[in-house]
Design a protein around this ligand. Structure first.
Ligand code: HEC
Length: 177
């Protein structure tokens, strides 16, 4: 049931993406100074809280996946990019990422070799959504435009599933290679 809903939302989002042409990317740069988590063996600096169209070649982002893989989610075949501030942190068994950490998931819904869009997670300042790790979620077209459906922010559908990955601070794909 939950999976079905997720699939239809992703299909809608990627369909809507076909007609857009702007190259504007949207994101919010957080205030600096996120507190370090003393419990983490490795601490990480705050992340960018946004990304631009050149994220694939930017030193601010990295991927541990040499090619797209078919994941276990409704996102289909995917390749995930994380902001470089968490590069060392993600290898830990459990961790909490700092404010501004940004994850970009390129997804190919039907695994036909053509990307359909981007699913995005951005760690917001403490207090944004404390019950769910303060994550912001959105879906974008390939030009970076935020899609209207689902409405960006604290998206319940995204949260429900990502809540299964609390040990890795709601990030579900950190072990994909
Ligand atoms: C039914 C479960 C499920 C739902 C619903 C879901 N995801 Fe995911 N998501 C995953 C899984 C599993 C991964 C790991 C990669 C994979 O297997 O495809 C993932 C990975 C991601 C990533 C890469 C970062 C990471 O490591 O988690 C982003 C970004 C993301 N999802 C965004 C979203 C957004 C935005 C929504 C809502 C519009 C959403 N997801 C809904 C299961 C889900």
């Amino acid at each position: 049931m939950e999976l079905k809903l997720a699939l239809s939302v992703f299909a809608l989002a990627s369909f809507a993406g076909c007609s857009s042409s702007s190259d504007v990317t949207i994101g919010v740069v957080p205030d600096s100074g996120a507190p370090a988590d003393a419990a983490d063996a490795i601490t990480a600096a705050p992340g960018p809280g946004a990304f631009a169209a050149d994220y694939k070649t930017s030193t601010s982002f990295f991927t541990a996946m040499s090619a797209p893989v078919k994941g276990t989610s409704p996102h289909g075949t995917t390749r995930i990019w994380y902001s470089s501030n968490v590069k060392d942190l993600l290898s830990q068994a459990s961790f909490t990422v700092p404010e501004g950490t940004t994850a970009i998931k390129e997804f190919d819904m039907n695994s036909d070799g053509t990307l359909d869009g981007l699913a995005v997670m951005i760690k917001k300042p403490a207090g944004y959504d404390p019950a769910h790790g303060d994550w912001y979620y959105d879906m974008r077209d390939l030009a970076g435009n935020v899609m209207p459906d689902p409405p960006a922010g604290k998206v319940a559908m995204c949260i429900t599933c990502h809540s299964k990955y609390k040990a890795t601070d709601y990030l579900a794909g950190t072990k994909l290679r």
